[in-house]
Write a protein that binds this ligand. Sequence first.
Ligand SMILES: NC(=O)c1ccc[n+]([C@@H]2O[C@H](COP(=O)([O-])OP(=O)(O)OC[C@H]3O[C@@H](n4cnc5c(N)ncnc54)[C@H](O)[C@@H]3O)[C@@H](O)[C@H]2O)c1
Length: 484
Amino acid sequence: MTNTVAVIGGGVIGGGWAARFALMGWSVRVYDPDPEAAGRLSGVMNNARLALPGLSDVALPDEGAVVLCASVAEAVAGADWIQESVPERLKIKHRVLAEIQGACPGGAIIGSSTSGFKPSQLQQGALRPGQIMVAHPFNPVYLLPLCELVTTEASSADQVARACDTLSGIGMFPLHLRGQIDAHIADRLLEAVWREALWMFRDSIATTGEIDEAIRMGFGLCWAQMGLFETCRIAGRAAGMRHFTEQSGPCLQRPWTGLTDVPDLSEALIDAVAGQSDAQSGMHTIDALERIRDTNLVAMMRGLKAQNWGAGAVLRAQDARIAGDGGFHPPYAAAIVTGDRAVPLDWVDYNGHMNEARYLQAFGDATDRFMEMIGCDAAHIAAGGSYFTAETHIRHIDEAKAGARIRVETLCLLGKGAKMHLFHQMFCGERLLATGELFLLHVSLDTRRPCAPSAAIADALGTIARAHGGLPRPGGVGRAAGRK
Ligand SMILES: NC(=O)c1ccc[n+]([C@@H]2O[C@H](COP(=O)([O-])OP(=O)(O)OC[C@H]3O[C@@H](n4cnc5c(N)ncnc54)[C@H](O)[C@@H]3O)[C@@H](O)[C@H]2O)c1
């Protein structure tokens, strides 16, 4: 059964929540009194459709419907999760939360996107305080996994566990805080950096551009994959974190930073910051900057995914949750679906379509999947046997754009002794995009020479090859380059 989320407030953050939930298969109801909300929401949905599905190496569930509702009551009726994302003013939040609780199921979770308020502040005067918790995401919500979950003792262990499960289920990383503080963890860190940046700007030590370069050319890259403490730990070398802390300690006393003093946010300072920032990146529209940001995030997160690290490990866990057992079983009376995924944003080249090298990547992934199906899995490889590709021929027939769902179907043309001959066809819906014909040899990873696979693999491969031998051969089998 499809789950339903009600998103109350469809601005930058509410729109991002709506997109993430919808792309993870939830049915979404949005309430926002602003007449411009529908247009904004569809813009966020379009960005998310290009970016989020490509983070996954398996197909996401069918996209859930997104419906705009005329009232809070209509949106929250029967909802499993309600996400409040209205402006950051306690009075508005209290009014909206009361309206939500007056109409929503008692068992639903109400998450608030608040950046600064504590859950106990949100729960003041509430009908069912334990139902309300802080679920604080980061922009763009449809790509960044972190969600700070902040609860009070009013929430039961079951409510907290359900909240964590739901957030993990939509591919997020719920970080359940040990206690409540103003602005949670991440925004406290950000505020310290923001304050110091404003000091340096005000004192004409650095421009907005120079401060951005100081972050993105150096520690920003380290922090994105190891955070603060792990990065420092390495700097301490063999002597470790103790050495680093002792060494950097005296600097804290000097001090280097503006501590908690806040620069006067005068009109002149705001003008100067805004002016320099416009000069720095005003040549790009906000839409273009969002696209650049999303493409970079997808590329970085997919890079981390290959290393199974940080945000990339969260992506892998989500793929495993979605994929299940793959669902293909004997009698192999048709080509086997060995790939079903969306084209990632960073697979697209200067021609605006999937780059030729990515076709090989998709076919390579399909071959890996086929190998797993016949038993050439991680355990077999660890035991010293695997397949090496000896020859590949790819035909590029049609284009695929970012976010397009591509499916690879595989026929086994030969599976005998060390030899394996596969023919992959790549489709977008019914449209044939490409074919990939591969000849592989089973090898010993000790001698690096061909050898027969295990009896179990030979048996599985032979069964599929015999079944596929009775199927019609698709056009293009055995073709050489340039020959019609
Ligand atoms: N912008 C960020 O980077 C960010 C990040 C994390 C969390 N947050 C938090 O998310 C919340 C929303 O912030 P935002 O940046 O999306 O703001 P926003 O101004 O972009 O969106 C707020 C939306 O709420 C709507 N709204 C106003 N009154 C409403 C009502 N009574 N019922 C329903 N909708 C109503 C507005 O029309 C608007 O579309 C805030 O609590 C903020 O602290 C923001």
